[in-house]
Design a protein around this ligand. Sequence first.
Ligand code: NAI
Length: 292
Amino acid sequence: MVEIKSIGVVGGGQMGSGIAQLAAANGLDVILHDSDSTALNKALKSISDNIQRLVSRGHLSKDKGADAFRRLKGASNLEDFHRVDIVIEAIVESEDVKKKLFAHLDKIVKGSAILASNTSSISITRLASITCRSSQVIGMHFMNPPPIMKLVEIVRGADTSDDTFNTTKCLAERFGKTIICSQDFPGFIVNRILMPMINEAFHALYTGVATKEDIDTGMKLGTNHPMGPLELADFIGLDVCLSIMKVLHAGLGDSKYVPCPLLVQYVDAGRLGKKRGIGVYNYSKTTKEMKP
Ligand code: NAI
């Protein structure tokens, strides 16, 4: 089993920045890359603010905070990844874009390195198939936000080796996570169940069953969910939800997975959720009361 000392994270959005923060705070050397330099700088700033907050609230010692700062580096170039032990990919939920990245990473990283994807739904077997290291490709699906949520869903592709699985499992446990294992089917465990519920909530809104507030309150107080499904969709990102529904529909072939037209329309309108200030809810007006 490879001992993981260094990690490359690709994608500095909500998930990648959280994974990079978690890794640096747990004593790994981290290189974070995003193809968009503005997104990369924003991610580095938000990680730095979060670490400072953890230290000032006493959740992280001063020494560990300083160590995390020292360990984290941004990279505008993927070539900087040649020495990392594992790469965790957290870019846009598109099979084509992820495949291009995996093919590129396969050429750059050292032979022993693991390529992990934080994909919510896309086939690990197909991502692995375009590399020359399919036994070292795995799904490592963190929940949002990665530093806080306790779960990592590990997905083995058809060729993923026991060694790769055990190394990834140890890494997740080092981060203090509980792991679950899923076979490589669309949406794995969590999103196979969660996304149809979110899609149904959009249908309820679309067909006028109730207001968005009543749908969310119903699911919060009626089923003891911490967030309502529409509020959660905004938190995840409506673009991510739509991509996952498309993967479920294409992969499982059942019309029950067709994305709700209202979800499609919101994404077309750029209403992507909290990250854009507007989704189902408008956060520019209601930031305080809608904060999850
Ligand atoms: P996001 O939209 O917040 O961030 C994606 C980042 O990737 C952006 O900063 C973008 O500039 C960058 N990017 C896009 N293409 C790139 C490329 N070729 N090379 C380098 N950087 C690139 O997305 P988010 O929410 O962080 O999701 C990322 C991945 O994590 C997706 O696969 C998603 O399905 C998965 N995921 C998302 C969760 C969520 O709640 N949002 C939860 C668990 C997994």
